[in-house]
Design a binder for this molecule. Sequence first.
Ligand code: GLC
Length: 433
Amino acid sequence: MGFEVEKTTGDSEWFVRDRFGLFIHWGLYSLGARHEWLQSRERMSPEKYAKYFKRFDPDLYDPELWAQLAADAGMKYFVVTTKHHEGFCLWDSKLTDYKAPNTPAGRDVLRPMVEAFRSRGLRTGFYYSLIDWHHPHYTVDPKHPLRFDPEFVAQSATRDFSVYRDYLFGQTRELLTGFGQVDLLFYDFSFPAENGLAGKGKDDWGGEELVRLVRSLQPNILLNDRLQVGGDITTPEQYIPTGWVKVNGKRVVWETCHTFSGSWGYHREEESWKSVEQLIRMLIDVVSKGGNLLLNVGPTARGEFDERAVDRLKGIGEWMRRHSRSIYGCTQAPESFECPPDCRLTYNPQTNRMYLHVFSWPFKNIHLRGFAGKVEYAQLLGDASEIRMKEGFVASGIEEGAFREGRDEHTVTLSLPVKKPNAAVPVIELFLK
Ligand code: GLC
């Protein structure tokens, strides 16, 4: 009953089963606390930006706590910005001085994070920015903070990008050899020319060769699609696709990444925080389309998760504790089952169970078209309480005061309690025959 999906070179079996991960954006921009692109947006020179390097001192950083929050939210993997566009490295890279050990933090902050998440059974993903606004041989482009500075543009012409490329290869090697098994690599990102400045893409990064290096170091690793040379996973961001994501007409393994509030890095004044219910619905919706959700936290420069993020993670965890069965191992429902209004279907092919997520609680009945003869038993997932059902045709019209429109020979009709069960999104588990 499964869907035909493009094969991946890396191991995607765990990925499509686990469905839900934590993105972490943490770096010097966390001190600016106004979006991780602030260096570029405010056209800041490296000299000005150095104030953050001087002050990076995450005295409250406790990776065990981070990992526990993610695990309790039901997340099964994490992807962390080992280096973002600013060029700052969280680990003790031998190839640069621009790293956490040389700040007041005085230590590698990546390694204990990997250990903490791994010890709780979460898989490890590294985000690595292809873009680098600090490296002395990274050339000007439309994203660069100093793109409008004539002096910098002139100086940039004397830079040798191949030196940067070697650095990118060297750091990739460090990350993929120094931290044990890395399950996912998220390179970010390629972009076209703009305003007379050349963009950067696969030839600049040495994409094909880089992929060979990555695969030789970690044969099972899942590679994202932003190097411009294909990749295992397609990664739309801050966007909910309308259906299973396709590339060249074929269904692919995909993951959409989202923020809680619009900014990836910690943003003190951002107010557009999504609610717990909205986030749960996003997760369900994505799984109902055969995808993964990677939800982002931008920790503060003191090393804590924003209290608003903690609130959301706990809320999601509360729902996941009773409902994760409708997420893990689940995918889009076979097309012969029709999804009723205000609902989402997910399906577990291993257990042959269907999950009906009710986004808007109706009055008493849900009619499931295409389900007749296929359902053996139904229950509310939250408390395993039976949901009674009726099958098949009943003459419509008002007969002896009983209006029964909505049922026909293809239909299973569920009898629901009038009151919405106490869950952000109630789920009905259908045991199929
Ligand atoms: C974008 C942004 C970046 C963020 C990433 C997450 O490419 O440049 O700030 O890290 O998306 O997908």
